[in-house]
Design a protein around this ligand. Structure first.
Ligand SMILES: [Zn+2]
Ligand SMILES: [Zn+2]
Length: 570
């Protein structure tokens, strides 16, 4: 583990600080002659083992200490796992940012509520453009299709070394509905360049899926067809708010079925407004507000809802709980689930969909209509990866952006494609990328995920979060003891048992009184010289005795081992 490390002249370093091994939190560094180029700054997503945590960001302790060395941060596209960490981490880095118009507007929108927003130097780069003021690096962009407009692969060069292709998130789609197709000629030209390509740092998301990803246009056509199968229903659709092509497809499919489309949820409106200002979504009627759609006849309406991942504050969850102010589904309505289930969110999503089902709302998803998919992936399948390697022919492949299994399958595929040096990415490892020696790990830096909670960011294994997790499962007990200075309790112990008894009920009060008796007895059984609490050691023993007695009492009572704390006053 290193805080600083010794730079070797003209060596190219690669250091992922997130995005390898877990989904999300993409943040990658390239180092050359004492300077860092940063690519993406994403957020991570908590899973079921992290109750009460809303979002995660990569630990950038190492980078903070090196912030004067950062020449800039290039954002490949506007997905949250690539730009969602910026608003939390940028104030510690203050580096210039580079993004295409769509991503730049999304970032500006995110930053608009922060007092430091005027300090940000955010440069808008045209799609497929070049970024020249990142010396010693040079970056040029290649248009790629993805599930958001304006995704870019980066061609990164430093010194006289051959270029590195940082794919970002991509797929091949000749009919992406919104945005550009993947610039296949640019990839092919890279592979034919005189010095060749040093390395591909590549998306592994779908490296376990055979064949070719499906086109966005298929979803559009399927929606047109499937909407027609519900002539009397109100149609709800949930998808990722950033999936502009999908929102656009829903609008077109609605229009073709004689329906008006509306949006419910802030992130969908933000995405729509940004899209319009960038020239997208011009050929569909303006979206309606949710209450306007609900006022229409059912057979004339389509409403897109935020919260495809079951997020508790988004529209799907609110409707599912019956708490949405205007959206109340009726028997016979239908909900199209037009999204991926991000690993870790499955149970939450299923809970929300089950509630819709209980309201007699039919659910349509890729599971129910496998032959007419209502969602397609924005990441390359194995045939697309193989095609990329055959064009680019890199000396090195470093699979990133995936869990271990996906990265390992990507690595195997790269070897099968004849790439001489292959090594899966690992968050926190510093690699050298070298035309002669291939790829090597030379050092490791502090890394991990931090939970963002208000003003603070804490490691996900922080003791406060461990205790919170234990409290979730076992409850918490607080015991207050007041000693009278002569070795006796001045009043009976005061006890709270949070998450264990209902303290407002008579029954709960009885249990607490019995617990107090048990604790008092345990304390009174101690030798008097301890009960006098003349020193810290004695006070500690009294507290500990009380703690164990309380814990034992509640374990006998409900089978739980609550987090137990004692406050002792002498
Ligand atoms: Zn993406
Ligand atoms: Zn991504």
């Amino acid at each position: 583990m290193t805080d600083d490390f010794t730079w070797e002249q003209d060596k190219l370093y690669f250091l992922p600080l997130g995005g390898c091994g877990v989904f999300g939190a993409n943040l990658t560094l390239y180092g050359y002659n004492g300077k860092w180029l940063m690519v993406d700054c994403g957020m991570g997503f908590p899973d079921d083992t992290m109750p009460s945590i809303d979002l995660l960001v990569p630990d950038i302790s190492f980078l903070k200490a090196q912030k004067d060395r950062i020449v800039g941060c290039v954002l490949t596209h506007a997905h949250e796992d690539h730009i969602g960490g910026l608003e939390y981490l940028w104030p510690d880095l203050k580096c210039p940012l580079y993004a295409t118009p769509f991503a730049a507007k999304m970032i500006t929108d995110k930053f608009s509520e922060y007092p430091w927003k005027d300090q940000v130097r955010l440069h808008t780069v045209p799609m497929g453009g070049e970024i020249k003021n990142l010396a010693p690096f040079h970056v040029s962009m290649i248009n790629v299709a993805h599930s958001i407009p304006e995704a870019q692969s980066l061609v990164i060069t430093a010194g006289n070394l051959p270029p590195v292709l940082h794919t970002g998130d991509w797929k091949m789609d000749l009919t992406p509905c919104v945005g550009e197709v993947t610039d296949e000629a640019a990839f092919a030209a890279l592979g034919q360049s005189e010095d060749g390509v040093l390395a591909i740092i590549g998306d592994s998301t779908n490296a376990m899926l055979d064949g070719h990803s499906r086109s966005e246009e298929i979803v559009y056509k399927n929606l047109v067809k499937l909407f027609a199968e519900y002539p009397d229903s109100r149609i709800f659709v949930t998808c990722f708010a950033s999936n502009v092509a999908r929102i656009h497809s829903v609008a077109r499919a609605a229009a073709e079925n004689g329906r008006h489309a509306g949006l419910s949820g802030r992130s969908l409106w933000r995405s729509y407004e940004v899209s319009k200002s960038c020239g997208y979504m011009q050929d569909v009627p303006p979206f309606l507000e949710d209450r306007e759609v609900m006022a229409l006849p059912r057979e004339k309406s389509v409403l897109v809802l935020t919260g495809s991942q079951g997020e508790s504050r988004a529209s799907v969850a609110k409707v599912a709980r019956g708490e949405h102010p205007c959206i109340k589904p009726e028997k016979g309505d239908v909900l199209f689930f037009s999204a991926l289930r991000i690993p870790g969110n499955e149970a939450t999503i299923d809970r929300a969909l089950t509630r819709f089902w209980e309201m007699d709302v039919e659910i349509v998803s890729n599971k129910t209509v496998p032959d007419t998919p209502v969602h397609v992936s924005g990441h390359p399948y194995r045939d697309e990866l193989t095609q990329l390697y055959s064009w680019v022919k890199p000396k090195i492949a470093v699979p990133v952006h995936g869990e271990a299994m996906q990265m390992d399958h990507h690595a195997e595929l790269a070897r099968d494609c004849g790439v001489p040096h292959v090594m899966a990415g690992q968050t926190g490892s510093i690699y050298t990328l070298c035309p002669e020696n291939g790829v090597r790990v030379i050092d490791e830096v502090q890394c991990g995920l931090l939970a963002v909670e208000g003003e603070r960011m804490v490691p996900v294994d922080h003791e406060s979060l461990n205790v919170r997790r234990r409290i979730t499962f076992n409850g918490a007990v607080v015991v207050s003891l007041l000693m009278d200075g002569h070795g006796s309790l001045k009043v009976p112990p005061q006890i709270s048992a949070l998450g264990i008894v209902d303290e407002t009920s008579g029954e709960g009060q009885d249990i607490l009184a019995k617990a107090a008796e048990a604790v008092a007895k345990a304390v009174e059984n101690l030798p008097k010289e301890l009960r006098l609490c003349r020193d810290d050691g004695a006070a500690h023993e009294v507290s500990e005795k009380a703690r164990i007695a309380a814990r034992k009492f509640f374990h006998n009572y409900c089978g739980k081992r609550p987090q137990t704390r004692v406050h002792l006053f002498v």
